[in-house]
Design a protein around this ligand. Structure first.
Ligand code: PGA
Length: 248
């Protein structure tokens, strides 16, 4: 059975103080949860302070990106082992905002994914079509290319441990959620493609849905057989709404 994962992607929000205050409240509110894995992904600057607040709790820590090189002259970048050292067990890779604004490609997504595993982190690899691509009816093609490229060359162990997040770009931050049926259709397709590449690991891999998940729509999304959790932006920023998502 796949354990559901509810992940908060805080994007470029919250000072260190705000981040710590949020997880302090969250920690108490979700202390009784054992059937859902809980993850928060603050900005780099808040990682270690948040880690100190949640290290003995049921909340896991993730970063929002990393660079694939181990160390050296790469001004402004953060290595996989630095992310691990700050207390992270997960890292988001290839979010559509990184693809759109920072030139991320399936090739660089794959380098980061492999490097994350190399440092003992679990990557959450994001895929998803734009509105234009959906309207052109090429959603499946786009997602297949992203899955095959971004998740290439994984070992058997890595292929079962990785997390995939399907986030239709038109649903991110827009309040326009994919219907549970639209999401399920793509999730099932991703699992089918994944099965062609990695066989039985496809039954173990968790596929999260992301894009305007909120306390009202979460339970219908989570009822879909191939939706194993959520990658949530806006509704993950406040302890109260994120708790409602965790306790869907
Ligand atoms: P949203 O963001 O929940 O605010 O739509 C989701 C994401 O980008 O991961």
């Amino acid at each position: 059975m796949r354990k559901p994962l509810m992940a908060g992607n805080w994007k470029m929000n919250k000072t260190v103080g705000e981040a710590v205050a949020m997880v302090k409240a969250l920690k108490t509110a979700v202390a009784d949860v054992t059937d859902v894995e809980i993850l928060v992904c603050p900005t780099y600057t808040a990682l270690y302070a948040v880690y100190n607040e949640i290290k003995d709790s049921n909340i896991n820590l993730g970063a929002q990106n990393l660079f694939w090189e181990a160390k050296g002259a790469f001004t402004g970048e953060i290595s996989p082992s630095m992310v691990k050292d700050a207390g992270c067990s997960y890292v988001i890779i290839g979010h559509s905002e990184r693809r759109q604004y920072f030139g991320e490609t399936d090739e660089t997504v794959n380098k980061r994914t492999k490097a994350a595993f190399g440092a003992g982190l679990i990557p959450i690899v994001c895929v998803g079509e734009t509105l234009e691509e959906r309207e052109k009816n090429i959603t499946f093609q786009v997602v297949e290319t992203q899955v095959r490229g971004g998740l290439a060359n994984l070992t058997a162990e890595e292929s079962a441990a990785v997390v995939i997040a399907y986030e239709p770009v038109w649903a991110i931050g827009t309040g326009k959620t994919a219907t549970p049926q639209q999401a399920q259709e793509v999730h099932a397709f991703i699992r089918k493609i994944y099965k062609e590449i990695y066989g039985d690991a496809a039954d173990k891999v968790r596929i999260l849905y992301g894009g305007s998940v909120n306390p009202k729509n979460v339970s219908d999304l989570m009822k879909q057989s191939d939706i194993d959790g959520g990658l949530v932006g806006g509704a993950s920023l406040e302890a109260e709404s994120f708790t409602q998502l965790v306790k869907y």
